[in-house]
Design a protein around this ligand. Structure first.
Ligand code: DSN
Length: 432
């Protein structure tokens, strides 16, 4: 039996939780049970470096699996269309109040099913179809919903994409400003999925004000850093701030929108009845729980350690001859251009999967390769930090990444790393 008492997610739990909560699934559906078991083992025995992933606490996971999944509750607290919503009102109001408190926001909507629906609600609430919008290009680290050409946000709106500087990997605010003056967008997005540096929200707000645009910040990746003061805060400037709840916040798969009071009605109406029906109340309960956890002092320390770990990992990778986009990181993630190692990102991703290290291949600024077969890899520290890893483990991870990538055809190296990864994971067990 595994000792989980040292797990940062279940510090006071004296017994092995194992997978007892799966017993009913085993009886009813052995196929799904086996898959869940296999996934549990994969998470327990491997190192998770995908910067948008994390591990939820026992309390969050328990909240998702509750009877709130049985309920319909179209509307908002006190104004529901169906009866029997007195308990839903309690959890949704708590989630909203905790979100407002944590981020210092005037208004919060916790009903979006995930990040893309949350962003869609911002478009629907603030714009008309055909309006011009601006966002960071996806290959430069932006998000699909910030106006990338294959997404609704470019089909229903006139999308202008701003780049990062391909030489430095950094945002050039003068370029954003020039594009904004030229195209006069109605909405400017700031936010990224693969940008390792600080986003200067005050500059975006200034640009938006200059051209008469709304300013929306998507802080899905950096929500915890914003909440704990480790990254500049867009809430004072932005008309809308969106975020998923399952990344750095360690909540369930869901999302939130923070707005100024003046946009509260428009955004609420965009979410329901504009885009969605009944909210996922079991998820709302879990969002409330993760927000309570994120309000604790331990969460501030967790976010500090995420940043310390990212810096340690970046430094160790640079020592092993890796080229990091922008030369390092200010936040939880880094982008590594593998061109100098002669190994495409996808090849590295697959070899590292076999070694028990999960990350994703990623485009790098100015990438000559395709999105399906890009030049880089993206890695981040939120999940490993939840697990309890510190700077020493980061240096080990950098060594394993280098060993595998520099010996990409060598099965013995992959097997050796897999073994060492499992040994370290055993020292830092997850509670699951
Ligand atoms: N899929 C998310 C990520 O990995 O960054 C973005 O939505």
């Amino acid at each position: 039996m595994q000792d989980t008492t040292s797990s940062p997610l279940a510090p006071d739990y004296g017994e092995t939780p194992g997978v007892q909560y799966l017993a009913p699934i085993r009886e009813v559906d052995p196929d799904i049970y086996e898959a869940i078991l296999a996934e549990t083992r994969r998470q327990q025995t491997g190192i998770e470096l995908i910067p948008s992933e994390n591990y939820v606490s026992r309390a969050v996971l328990s909240a998702i699996g509750t009877v709130f999944t049985n309920k319909y509750s179209e509307g908002y607290a006190g104004k529901r269309y169906y009866g029997g919503n007195e308990n839903v009102d309690i959890i949704e109001t708590l989630a909203i109040e905790r979100a407002k408190q944590l981020f210092g926001a005037e208004h919060a909507n916790v009903q979006p099913y995930s990040g893309s629906p949350a962003n869609m609600a911002v478009y629907y609430g603030l714009l008309e179809p055909g309006d011009t919008v601006m966002g960071l290009a996806l290959p430069d680290g932006g998000h699909l919903t910030h106006g990338w050409k294959v997404n609704f946000s470019a089909h229903f709106f006139n999308s202008v994409q701003y780049p990062v500087n391909p030489e430095t990997g950094l945002l050039d605010y003068d370029v954003v400003w020039e594009l904004a003056r030229e195209h006069k967008p109605k909405l400017i997005w700031a936010g990224a999925t693969a940008y390792p540096r600080v986003l200067e929200f005050d500059k975006f707000a200034q640009i938006a004000e200059d051209v008469g645009a709304y300013f929306a910040a998507d802080i899905a990746h950096i929500s915890g850093l914003v909440a704990t003061g480790l990254h500049p805060d867009p809430v004072p400037y932005a008309d809308a701030v969106t975020m998923t709840t399952h990344k750095m916040l360690r909540g369930p798969r869901g999302a939130m929108i923070l707005t100024k009071e003046e946009h509260a009605r428009a955004i609420d109406r965009a979410v329901f009845p504009g885009l969605q029906g009944g909210p996922h109340d079991h998820v709302t309960a879990a969002i409330a729980v993760c927000l309570k956890e994120a309000s604790k002092e331990e969460y501030v320390e967790y976010c500090n350690q995420i940043v310390r770990n990212a810096k340690a990992l970046a430094e160790a990778l640079i020592e092993r001859g890796f080229e990091l986009v922008s030369g390092g990181t200010d936040n939880h993630l880094m982008l590594v251009d593998l061109t100098n190692k002669g190994v495409p990102g996808k090849v590295a991703q697959k070899a590292l999967d076999r070694a028990g290290i999960t990350l994703n291949a990623n485009m790098v600024p100015g990438d000559k390769r395709s999105a399906f077969d890009p030049s880089g890899i993206r890695l981040g520290t939120p999940a490993v930090t939840t697990r309890g890893f510190k700077e020493d483990e980061m240096r080990k991870i950098a060594g394993w990444l280098a060993d595998v990538i520099e010996n990409i055809e060598d099965k013995a190296t992959i097997e050796r790393v897999r073994h060492e990864v499992e040994e370290v994971c055993e020292q830092f067990p997850l509670w699951y």
